[in-house]
Ligand binder design. Structure first.
Ligand SMILES: [Zn+2]
Length: 444
């Protein structure tokens, strides 16, 4: 099967240029610069004129809820959302049921994905207070890294003993991705909020409870441990201007210390709680406009390495209540690319930088083999997006099982036209090819 993606604007390796891409079976075999028509015969020609052609996105942070929490989401439904959003590879997090903290649970997730994931996949292994001895048995070619919930109570995977933390940072032979929030500070803030506002404070208090200080103190400790043990630390969903001060210059360290920001924390701020309520309640909390603007600056200037969604679906009824009762987390995977392209239009970052943050750097940082770039010999993971093609998010376009989105009723100017995964058209014109199964990602 030989296919031609003809005459798009290609964005790759900090460049933007007119060109075409030749795809043979699962691989990119040629990138043609300029407007010449390659002189060969093709089984299919995809007309990309007027469109941008990007590497398929690698989302390093999703919660697909399988196994065990499949009323909220599952690998089939959420990988459909990925395909529709231009995401061709995802790394799923371990706080499902059972937690992915044993080798058996990890194997089970790979088995499930091999049956029902419509894009490429891999899974983080979850650290606990007492499973460090398993790290040496993990295959570094198979998984991106270790996920650690540090001083945070998400799904009971809290690692809070200093001794356990030291052991995790000194033992891990792959990136440690850390959720940083200090539980003691959060508990104190929650007790005070309850005293002032009652048993279930309104969601507008969420950023006071899950405060800047709670994030800062935990991130400070993570950086300290990584420096001490020369561990590769990747800070998940950084949310505050203050934490940015903790990031060492990107070139100064080996292994590097890097950070991820979510589209939600770049797009929303605390003023949006009034209109969107608990739909945008997530941990760490969406904070002030000043924090959001500092994060925007940091993605533009390179202090932030990666944009990952922290796609975390819950049923809408589980989002009822306030700071205590409403579940934290929102689905974002299907609309992460178009949301970030809107920020490109607003001048927050360039499209070249977007491709670095959502494709190249996740591939580099975790050592993904042959993906994340438009390069000859690489897997043909490609997304074709069209600017100036306004459309509005309605319930019927949402692929996620939970059936809602914080972006509902929003009009996007960019549209994902087509997604290729390993050379296969997995999404086109609103339809996901659910017969297609993606590949396990290989690393290092
Ligand atoms: Zn998460």
């Amino acid at each position: 099967m030989k296919r031609l993606i003809l005459h798009g604007t290609l964005v790759n390796d900090a460049n933007k240029f007119d060109g075409s891409v030749i795809v043979e079976d699962s691989k990119i075999t040629k990138i043609v610069e300029g407007n010449t028509v390659p002189n060969a015969s093709f089984d299919e020609v995809i007309d990309a004129s007027g469109c941008f052609v990007l590497p398929g996105l690698i989302d390093d942070h999703v919660h697909f809820r399988e196994p065990g929490l499949t009323a909220k989401a599952d690998i089939d439904s959420e990988s459909r959302a990925a395909a529709a959003g231009g995401v061709t590879t995802y790394f799923d997090m371990p706080n499902c049921v059972p937690q992915t903290t044993t080798l058996e649970a990890l194997d089970e997730k790979f088995k499930l994905a091999a049956q029902k994931s419509h894009v490429n996949y891999s899974f983080f292994f979850g650290a606990t207070n007492d499973n460090v001895d398993l790290f040496s048995q993990l295959d570094v070619h198979r998984i991106p890294g270790i996920k650690l919930f540090m001083g945070s109570s998400t799904g009971n995977m809290l690692v809070d003993r200093r001794e356990a933390l030291e052991k995790i940072f000194s033992t891990a032979q792959m990136p440690i991705m850390v959720h940083c929030e200090d539980t003691d500070i959060i508990n104190r803030n929650m007790a005070e909020a309850k005293r002032l506002y009652g048993d279930d404070p309104k969601v507008t208090h969420h950023p006071e409870i899950r405060s800047v200080e709670a994030c800062y103190q935990s991130t400070r400790l993570a950086v300290e441990l990584a420096l001490k043990h020369h561990a590769q630390l990747h800070i998940a969903h950084l949310t505050t201007a203050k934490e940015l001060e903790l990031l060492p210059p990107s070139s100064s360290l080996l292994p590097p210390i890097t950070a991820e920001v979510t589209p939600s924390h770049l797009y929303f701020c605390d003023r949006d709680y009034n209109a969107l309520g608990t739909r945008i309640k997530c941990n760490p909390a969406i904070k002030s406009a000043a924090d959001r603007d500092a994060l925007r600056q940091a993605v533009a200037d390179g202090r932030i390495a990666v944009i990952g969604t922290d796609h975390a679906p819950h049923l809408l009824e589980q989002k009822e209540g306030g700071c205590c009762k409403a579940a934290s987390g929102m689905p974002m995977l299907q609309f992460s690319l178009v949301t970030m392209l809107e920020l490109v239009d607003k001048g927050v970052l360039t499209i070249e930088r977007l491709v670095e943050l959502m494709c190249h750097r996740p591939a580099d940082l975790f050592g993904v083999r042959n993906r994340g770039y438009l390069r000859e010999g690489y897997q043909a993971d490609i997304v074709i997006v069209r600017p100036n093609a306004a459309w509005t998010v309605t319930k019927d376009v949402i692929q996620s099982k939970c059936g809602w989105s914080p972006m509902e009723n929003h009009t996007f100017l960019w549209r994902v036209e087509q997604t290729l995964c390993n050379g296969h058209t997995v999404y086109k014109d609103g339809v996901v090819d659910t017969n297609y199964i993606g590949q396990p990602v290989q690393f290092r």
